[in-house]
Design a protein around this ligand. Structure first.
Ligand SMILES: Cc1cc2nc3c(=O)[nH]c(=O)nc-3n(C[C@H](O)[C@H](O)[C@H](O)COP(=O)(O)O)c2cc1C
Length: 328
């Protein structure tokens, strides 16, 4: 039986070249473990974390965003910001609290982040991006990685140049989402541009990212981009079996049977319960609503009014009961 090729970042070795993306509001402990339980995952990333709140203990969401466990490995912790000393302090704090890999967000296009110079805003200030990488790398002993986009917009495609400079600064791997910041999620990820960046820094593993939602696409992207690994975001949010299925295909093994309706509903309820455990029954129930259309809309082909009715059930217990009694 063949196996998927492993990939490495520094001294860390991962069993599969398939990576779960950092997903603010989604890639929390319950979801990471849900994906891990299905199998085939090489590495997962946390949601992006704001260093100020982390270090000052003011982040209300802190206990949730930092939640992890022994089973939740391999895991990279992602931080965002534009202040090099603060980013370095945050990375050291995370390392002191068990982090084995630190990732620097240089790609978030959200206005409240990028317009203030952090996330993808750093694509407009590459000197600062490199300074952050240098300061963080100096502050910790664990590998430091960065996640970028192709540039701020079509006129400032600095991806290759920034990749080379970040590699010189000492990053251990680079994730490239094949869009510009201005594109946000529009258009299609440009995998030719991702491949060009991978070719620019041959000594550094590049994780290619963007629009992979089937095992066939994943196999093709890995084979043709020169990337050491591929990262999956929205595809895994809609289909938590996708990463398992991709690893299976990369290894050349026969596909698993497609999960049936009952299996999808069981997974939804399991995720609901893990969510409630972490966030508490009240908040967990409210926060879980965002997952319901992702998992169940394609399954149930539910009309909008029926979905709205489900999503507006007030109590968590009642919501769970309604989910459990869906006709599948
Ligand atoms: C809901 C959501 C939250 C995201 N949060 C983050 C984040 O915290 N950090 C980050 O670097 N990228 C974040 N991204 C971008 C993803 O990591 C990924 O680069 C993007 O979704 C493209 O990959 P995909 O086509 O496989 O979804 C987020 C994307 C989505 C849809």
């Amino acid at each position: 039986m063949s196996t998927a090729p492993s990939f490495r970042i520094g001294a860390l070795a991962f069993p599969s070249p398939v990576v779960l993306a950092p997903l603010a509001g989604y890639s929390d402990l319950p979801f990471r473990n849900l994906i891990r339980d299905r199998g085939g995952l090489g590495l997962a990333f946390s949601e992006m974390i704001r260093p100020g709140g982390l270090l000052l203990g003011r982040e209300k969401k802190k206990q949730w965003i930092l939640a992890t466990g022994p089973e939740d490995q391999p895991l990279g912790w992602q931080i965002y910001g534009k202040d090099p000393p603060l980013m370095a302090d945050a990375a050291r704090w995370l390392q002191d609290h068990g982090a084995r890999l630190i990732d620097l967000n240089m790609g978030c296009p959200q206005k409240k982040i990028s317009f203030r110079g952090a996330g993808a805003g750093l694509l407009k200030t590459p000197d600062l991006a490199v300074e952050i990488a240098e300061r963080v790398i100096k502050a910790v002993t664990v590998p430091v990685t960065a996640k970028i986009r192709l540039g701020w917009d079509d006129h400032t495609l600095i991806g290759q140049d920034l990749a080379r400079r970040l590699a010189e600064a000492g990053i251990s791997a680079l994730t490239v989402h094949g869009r510009t910041a201005v594109q946000s999620f529009g258009g299609q990820a440009d995998w030719t541009a991702i491949a060009a960046i991978a070719a620019t820094i041959p000594g550094i593993p590049v994780i290619g990212n963007g629009d992979i939602s089937t095992p066939e696409t994943a196999v093709m992207r890995l084979a043709t981009s020169g990337c050491a690994a591929i990262m999956i975001g929205r595809g895994a949010m809609r289909n938590p079996w996708l990463i398992r299925d991709i690893t299976q295909a990369i290894a050349g093994r026969p596909p698993f049977p497609k999960p049936g309706k009952a299996e999808i509903l069981t997974l939804t309820l399991h995720h609901f319960d893990r969510h409630s455990e972490l966030y508490g029954p009240e908040k967990g129930g409210i926060l879980f609503r965002k997952w319901i259309p992702l998992y169940l809309r394609p399954l149930l082909k539910m009309e909008r009014p029926a979905m709205v009715k489900l999503l507006t059930i007030p109590g968590p217990r009642e919501l769970r009961d309604a989910l459990a009694s869906l006709p599948v």
